[in-house]
Design a protein around this ligand. Structure first.
Ligand code: WT7
Length: 638
């Protein structure tokens, strides 16, 4: 596991030019936030537009913390209208590049126009404040437009990643009881078409809450449209008015739901609340990315994940930044697509994932070397621990040894970056995410909640509330309490392992629960197991994460077949296809092993810890609670 030992591969100071111009220039910001947490965040909130100012900055109704209580605000207004009476009105908000090479730019004025129109479309379809709208789109401008249109009228969006299957989409629509689904005929990925409308039709075979489907024409291929239910985006937009006042929302009203994997088979609906979320993502975008008006900022994530919500849409647009958005794959048509985009638009800030960087390393330095990357001034990573050697490659080959790297740790639930360098002041150690953001109290504790000595590994917990924290889990406040607030008294439990070194630097060690991180995407082992067990041949399955050169973690599945089925290569292929179909391509197992028994405790719990240890060649420790020695032997031999 990367970061398991403390690697010290030198220290990297910010270049003096960067330092001089940085937004955050002084360490005193940490003391300022510590001295007066509420004052620190109130000052940030004051930079945004409120229809009515809050009465209280923070209500500590543990663990249901509420921010800017009594305040009225609209996230869409802050991302758009706020800039229209400034010179930013004609500034590029989104520079979009399609995978086939088409491109389009929206100024703040134009984006506001489109968002207002689509907000009126939603209203005409009967969508009201508090209603849920599911969005299943490729990385095209209509995706942020639809999100900001929902936010404008107070509808709660639930974006489902376009790589998810029909089944996964159906589960998420049904849990949210969404009224409208927004999708496209298809999307481009590596030159192929992802059949989003086809998946949507399949999902809607059993999704009774959906009244209408709005379909964006992207690929232009023939898709069936169901009379009365399905409507084309472009038809609806033709006659829509572009006047739509933003709804003054309570600061504590939900802005969106985003589903993420947990330790059970059922995804959790993480609920983010309007005021705190927009303040948190606004300030972290500004300070962590040192975001200035001249910047061309590119976050390569998909908006279907939290990274895209917070650091493509809400945070950067609330800052009035210029954002690059790219539809497709990094290796299409060639391995240098990212570098071509950086050169074409003069990208100054690049925020990407370690899994992508590992792929670039594999493809070779010649690809970035073909392009002029000298516009870059800051690099970022997110999603998983970055191996120090990968960090050094990124620093040298992409950053030309002049760009600080912000390794940002956070989660779907935290909504905003919590552990990170501040690029103008932090001295970096490759592989470490540096320190908690000002105002964030993070600690590493043992299983009883006591802080562990410096240098020792333990559980990462957060001991103070922060504005963009999740408000609850959708329709399941009990699970919210149990999942995040019951392990360590009074602290938010992250599910990550970490250690703090003698200089106070945080080193993230990966998940400590039954969650795997494939290419920076979170998957529950239980989800994959449930998918396998839903296949007619499978009696039982156990899934563990295994090290993978590019993806960080891959998936190994141990499968017990029903009596009448025999292992075969065809069955292995079939099982892999089945998991793809149930969850999506990211969940495809890398390895499938057939066993007669799974190692279990006497109480019948599958011992994933043991299986994981065996797979990664570690000491398996105490196995006295195991029911069957033979089962261990089997796993070891596969
Ligand atoms: C998990 C959260 C937050 C956006 C992307 C993933 C891992 C995230 C880092 C980092 C080490 C990281 C953690 C975390 N993670 N960033 N910089 N260093 N690990 O969001 O799907 O909610 O996953 O990603 O394990 O718990 P997510």
């Amino acid at each position: 596991m990367p970061g398991e030992e403390i690697f010290e591969k030198g220290r990297f100071e910010p270049p003096s030019e960067f330092k001089e111009k940085a937004i955050v220039k002084s360490e005193s910001i940490y003391e300022e936030a510590e001295r007066d947490l509420e004052g620190f965040w109130a000052k940030a909130a004051d930079e945004l537009h409120w229809f009515k100012k809050w009465d209280r900055v923070l209500e500590r109704n543990h663990p249901f913390y509420r921010w800017f209580v009594g305040g009225k605000i609209n996230a869409s207004y802050n991302c758009l209208d706020r800039h229209l009476d400034t010179w930013r009105k004609n500034k590029a908000a989104i520079i979009w590049e399609g995978e086939p090479g088409d491109s389009k730019t929206y100024t703040y004025q134009q984006l506001h126009h489109e968002v207002s129109k689509f907000a009126n479309v939603l209203k005409s379809l009967g969508v009201k404040k508090g209603d849920r709208v599911t969005i299943y789109l490729p990385m095209i401008p209509e995706l942020p437009i639809a999100m900001l249109a929902c936010a404008r009228i107070g509808a709660i969006h639930s974006v489902v990643f376009g790589g998810f299957s029909a089944q996964a989409l159906q589960d998420r629509i049904n849990d949210a009881e969404a009224k409208v689904l927004i999708t496209a005929d298809g999307g481009y990925r590596r030159g192929k078409i992802v059949p989003l409308k086809k998946n949507s039709d399949e999902a809607l075979e059993n999704a009774p809450s959906i009244e209408h489907v709005v379909v964006v024409k992207r690929t232009g291929e023939d898709v069936p449209m169901k009379e009365g239910r399905d409507l084309w985006w472009h038809d609806l937009m033709k006659n829509a008015s572009h006047v739509c006042e933003a709804e003054p929302m309570d600061s504590t009203d939900p802005l969106f739901i985003l589903y993420t994997s947990g330790t059970t088979g059922k995804p959790k609906g993480v609920v983010h609340l309007t005021g705190g979320y927009i303040v948190g993502t606004y300030l972290t975008s500004k300070y962590v990315f040192d975001l200035k008006d001249e910047d061309i900022y590119w976050c390569t994530a998909d908006i279907g994940w939290i990274t895209g919500h917070s650091y493509i849409v809400y945070g950067p647009l609330a800052n009035g930044a210029t954002v690059v958005m790219y539809e497709g794959a990094p290796d299409y048509p060639q391995y240098d697509r990212f570098w071509e985009i950086v050169e074409k638009y003069g990208v100054t800030i690049l925020y990407t994932a370690p899994t992508a960087i590992r792929a670039f390393i594999k493809w070779g330095e010649e690809w970035p070397k073909k392009h002029d990357l000298s516009s870059l001034r800051l690099l970022g990573t997110v999603g998983e621990p970055i191996n120090p050697d990968v960090w050094l490659w990124y620093y040298r080959v992409i950053g030309n040894e002049k760009c600080p790297i912000v390794d940002t740790w956070w989660q779907t639930e935290t909504g905003m970056i919590l552990i990170t360098p501040l690029p103008g002041i932090s001295v970096l150690k490759p592989g470490s995410a540096y320190r908690p953001f000002p105002g964030i109290k993070a600690e590493v504790v043992d299983d009883d909640g006591n802080p562990v000595p410096r240098g020792q590994a333990g559980n990462l917990v957060i001991k103070s509330p922060w504005p963009a924290m999740l408000g609850t889990l959708y329709k399941d406040p009990e699970r919210y309490k149990r999942q995040y607030w019951s392990q360590v008294e009074g602290a938010y439990f992250t599910g990550d392992g970490a250690r703090i070194d003698e200089d106070g630097y945080f080193w993230l060690l990966g998940r400590i629960d039954d969650v795997i991180n494939v290419s920076g995407h979170r998957l529950g082992t239980m989800e994959v197991e449930s998918a396998l067990v839903s296949h007619e041949a499978v009696a039982e399955a156990a899934v563990v994460g295994i090290p993978h050169e590019i993806k960080g973690q891959g998936i190994a599945a141990y499968v017990v077949l029903k009596e009448e089925f025999k292992p075969s290569d065809d069955l292995t292929k079939d099982l892999k296809m089945h998991v793809r179909k149930v969850i999506g391509p990211i969940a495809t197992p890398d390895e499938i092993h057939y066993v007669d028994k799974l190692p279990k405790t006497r109480s019948g719990k599958i011992m994933r810890r043991i299986m994981r240890a065996i797979k990664t060649g570690k000491d398996i420790g105490d196995v006295s609670t195991l029911e069957e020695e033979a089962a261990i032997k089997e796993v070891r031999e596969k």
